[in-house]
Design a protein around this ligand. Structure first.
Ligand SMILES: NC(=O)c1ccc[n+]([C@@H]2O[C@H](COP(=O)([O-])OP(=O)(O)OC[C@H]3O[C@@H](n4cnc5c(N)ncnc54)[C@H](O)[C@@H]3O)[C@@H](O)[C@H]2O)c1
Length: 414
């Protein structure tokens, strides 16, 4: 089978490599450097499994049938499926996702492949696929939410929590194409996943074929729940800090209830990264004319948390003459090279508004400044010059200056 993938970011690349184990996959991007790197067997993103797949080229002993290209004709002509994994940034002016790259990719697919089943993997507003199918008079468009974590993109596709594909439930051809796509994703999963035991007693990868609008809602409600959980433990931490209580002891005690459970409870400067901030805002926009309190509060809670974190940092340098606030990493997670929408950047804006001088340590950034702030890659000089060191995530290389470090990473994990 020939499968085309539009976009070779976290989502597109991991899905393309997963499917290339058993099928001919052509991954299209508009950035020549990415395509060159991929065809040379190098990953443009930090991801253990993606790197290993590209380097070995024969995971599980089978050669990958993977081709990166800038050529839409080559990618789309004769494709059975075209997976769309292009960006959907949040447009702050329109208060909605900017879906223009998805529409551009769909137009390009249709130019060369009138009959391919198009599967949108980008995160889109609730109701988008139905509307698109109607306005384009195109019944061969499906939606499949992607649940991967950055840094574990291919791992999460090899070991999926669930596979969900949306198709209009009254269209048997579309439902059949959706089921076939579920099987393609399941076929690429790691050995043993088909017989794994899930916590709810079921065996194998949970598979769902639902309506396109339900599938879109599954994605946005999942991410908004994750944002809620981060915001909840962050707000617990704000309370404990201001009341001089031991946050860690409280979280440990709270999470022993199996209904609450451990994990995903480590305080931070706020939820961030590419997806949670934009997906919560998009869900809130989808709630227009629907009563709600919670969704809005989840968006607001993140702002309040960053205000609190900035105030705490400023408190530590109050009274010092021309204090330097050291920003240890711009990234959201440890082991990452990606700082799209990281919470620290919003904290930095608040610190700058209060007149603070910032010094950034970010070894993956090859630039002398970041948004007008000095950047250094010299860790020793950074430690020496900073009066306080702000770290969303702890790293043992800060151990010798632990007294200067401000972090809320209490469990030393993401
Ligand atoms: N990153 C995540 O953790 C994650 C998880 C689930 C869902 N998503 C969603 O998936 C989508 C993609 O996210 P990502 O993180 O992979 O993005 P990304 O920015 O890492 O990659 C997108 C790629 O698409 C390319 N592109 C843009 N327009 C194109 C076009 N017309 N044709 C071909 N390629 C094009 C870009 O050059 C880029 O390489 C977004 O909607 C995002 O919300 C992301």
């Amino acid at each position: 089978m020939k499968i085309a993938v539009a976009g070779t970011g976290y989502v597109g690349l991991s899905v393309a490599l997963l499917l290339a184990q058993h099928h001919e996959v052509h991954a299209l991007d508009i950035v020549p450097e990415k395509v060159e790197m991929l065809n040379a067997g190098t990953s443009p993103i930090v991801d253990k499994e993606i790197t290993a797949f590209l380097e070995a080229n024969t995971p599980g002993g089978r050669p990958l049938d993977f081709h990166a290209t800038l050529d839409a004709r080559q990618a789309y002509t004769g494709a059975d499926y075209a997976v769309i994994a292009t960006p959907t940034n949040y447009d702050e002016q329109r208060n909605y996702f900017d879906t223009s790259s998805v529409e551009a990719a769909i137009a390009a697919v249709r130019q060369y492949s009138p009959n391919a089943w198009i599967v949108i993997k980008s995160t889109i507003p609730v109701g988008y696929t139905k509307q698109l199918r109607e306005t384009l008079h195109d019944g061969r468009i499906l939606f499949s939410p992607e649940f991967l974590r950055e840094g574990h993109a291919l791992y999460d596709n090899l070991h999926p929590s669930r596979i969900v594909v949306g198709a209009p439930q009254d269209d048997s051809e579309a439902v059949g194409a959706a089921r076939a796509f579920v099987r393609l994703l399941a076929e690429g999963a790691a050995q043993g996943e088909a017989s794994r035991h899930n916590p709810d007693g079921t065996v194998g990868i949970p598979e769902l074929v639902v309506g396109t609008t339900e599938a879109e809602a599954i994605k946005l409600f999942s991410n908004t729940y994750l944002a809620l959980r981060v915001a909840y433990f962050n707000e617990l931490d704000t309370y404990a800090e201001l009341r001089n209580l031991d946050t860690r002891a409280i979280i440990d005690g709270v999470c022993l209830d199996p209904r609450i459970g451990p994990g995903y409870n480590n305080p931070s400067f706020g939820y961030g990264g590419y997806c949670l901030p934009k997906d919560t805002k998009q869900l809130l926009a989808n709630y227009a004319a629907v009563p709600q309190n919670l969704i809005e509060a989840i968006v607001e809670a993140n702002r309040t948390r960053k205000d609190f974190v900035a105030d705490e940092i400023l408190e530590r340098v109050r009274g010092a003459e021309k204090p330097v606030v050291g920003i240890y990493r711009l990234t959201m997670k440890s082991g990452s090279d990606n700082f799209r929408q990281s919470a620290i950047q919003d904290v930095m804006k608040r610190l700058l508004a209060e007149g603070a001088t910032l010094l950034v340590y970010e070894p993956t950034l090859d630039a002398a400044d970041f948004n007008g702030n000095e950047v250094t890659r010299d860790l020793a000089a950074f430690k020496q010059r900073a009066d306080v060191i702000v770290a969303n995530r702890w790293n043992d290389e800060l151990a010798d200056v632990a007294g200067k470090v401000f972090t809320r990473d209490l469990f030393k994990r993401d």
